[in-house]
Design a protein. Structure first.
Ligand SMILES: C[S@@+](CC[C@H](N)C(=O)[O-])C[C@H]1O[C@@H](n2cnc3c(N)ncnc32)[C@H](O)[C@@H]1O
Length: 279
C-alpha cells in the first residue's frame, strides 16, 4: 500500500473529521514509522514497508477503540516540553498547565530558594515544569504509585531536571518539620457517581489517578490539608486543581482551617478548577 492509500484507510475508518484523521495519521507516520509526513506531498506513491503498514493499521485499530494517541507514541507535550507517558500515569491535561503558570508567575521575582512538593505527581509534569522554569524552586515529586514514580524518573532524566522523587501515600501522612513553602497538587478528583458522565478517552488511564474513594469526593483535599498542617511552612501557599462540581463542599471543608486568602481561578473552559490557598 502506498502512503496516500493508507491515508484514505484512516479517513474511511476513523470516525473523525478529515483534518483530525490526517493529523493523527501524520503523527503515527512520524513517531512510530519514522517516516517524514512531508512524503505525502513529495511522493504520493511512496510505498510503505510491510512493517510500517502493520504498525499503521494496528495503531488505527487501537485509536478506533479509543486508545489515546499520547499512549501510543509515549509522549505528551506539557508546558512546552515533551513528557514520556504510559498507561501507569494520567495524560497531562491543558488545564493543569494553567496551575503551573500560576505558580511560575507568582514566583517570577524571587531570589531565595523555596521548597515545593508536588503531591500526586503522576508523570511529574507539574513539578518538573516548575523546576525547569525557576531555578529558585527546589521541587520534590511524590506519588503512591511505584510505576508512576518510574515515569517521573524517566522524565527527570529526559528533561535534565533536578527534582527529588519520593514515594508518599497521602493516606499515611508523615512529616512534621514544616519544610515546604509551596504545596501543589492535582489529585484524583472524579467521584464514582460521575462514572457514566466521563469520556471514553479515560478508559485506559489508571483508576488510581482518576477516582476518589466511594462517597468521598473531597478525600484527597482533606488529606492534602492534613499534610499541610504539619509540612507547610508559616505563610506557605497551596495550589490545587479541583473538581468544579464540588465547589460548595470544598468551600465547606476550608472553613475547618485558618486560611488567609482563598483565590479561585477559572480554567480556559470557564470552569472554577484552580484554587490558591494562602496561610
Ligand atoms: C490526577 S493524577 C495527577 C497526575 C499529575 N499530577 C498530573 O497533573 O497530570 C493523580 C495521581 O495521584 C496518585 N495517587 C492516588 N492515590 C494516592 C495516594 N493515596 N497518595 C499519593 N498519591 C496518590 C495517582 O497515582 C496519580 O498519579
Amino acid at each position: 500500500m502506498n502512503i496516500i492509500e493508507m491515508r484514505s484507510v484512516y479517513r474511511d475508518k476513523l470516525d473523525l473529521s478529515i483534518d483530525e484523521c490526517d493529523f493523527i495519521y501524520k503523527i503515527i507516520l512520524k513517531e512510530l514509522c519514522n517516516i517524514d509526513p512531508i512524503e505525502i506531498a513529495l511522493d504520493p506513491t511512496f510505498n510503505l514497508s510491510s512493517k510500517s503498514e502493520k504498525t499503521l493499521l494496528q495503531s488505527m485499530n487501537m485509536i478506533i477503540d479509543d486508545y489515546p494517541v499520547d499512549y501510543l507514541i509515549n509522549k505528551k507535550n506539557f508546558y512546552g516540553k515533551d513528557f514520556y507517558v504510559d498507561e501507569s500515569v494520567l495524560i497531562p491535561r491543558p488545564e493543569t498547565e494553567e496551575l503551573v503558570d500560576w505558580v511560575i508567575n507568582d514566583n517570577i521575582d524571587i531570589n531565595d530558594q523555596k521548597n515545593v512538593i508536588d503531591l500526586c505527581s503522576g508523570s511529574g509534569c507539574i513539578g518538573i515544569s516548575l523546576d525547569i522554569n525557576n531555578k529558585y524552586l527546589n521541587v520534590t515529586l511524590s506519588d503512591v504509585s511505584t510505576n508512576a514514580l518510574k515515569v517521573c524518573e524517566i522524565n527527570k532524566e529526559n528533561l535534565n531536571s533536578n527534582v527529588k522523587i519520593i514515594e508518599l501515600d497521602l493516606n499515611l501522612i508523615t512529616g512534621s518539620d514544616k519544610e515546604y513553602d509551596i504545596i501543589i497538587s492535582n489529585p484524583p478528583y472524579i467521584s464514582l457517581d460521575e462514572l457514566n458522565q466521563i469520556g471514553k478517552n479515560v478508559k485506559y488511564e489508571p483508576e488510581i489517578a482518576l477516582f476518589t474513594p466511594k462517597d468521598k469526593p473531597l478525600h484527597f483535599y482533606e488529606k492534602i490539608l492534613e499534610f499541610a498542617s504539619t509540612n507547610l511552612s508559616k505563610n506557605g501557599v497551596i495550589y490545587l486543581e479541583i473538581n468544579p462540581k464540588f465547589i460548595l463542599e470544598f468551600n465547606q471543608l476550608l472553613t475547618n482551617y485558618s486560611i488567609n486568602h482563598i483565590n479561585f481561578k477559572d480554567d480556559f473552559r470557564c470552569k472554577k478548577r484552580l484554587v490558591k490557598l494562602t496561610f
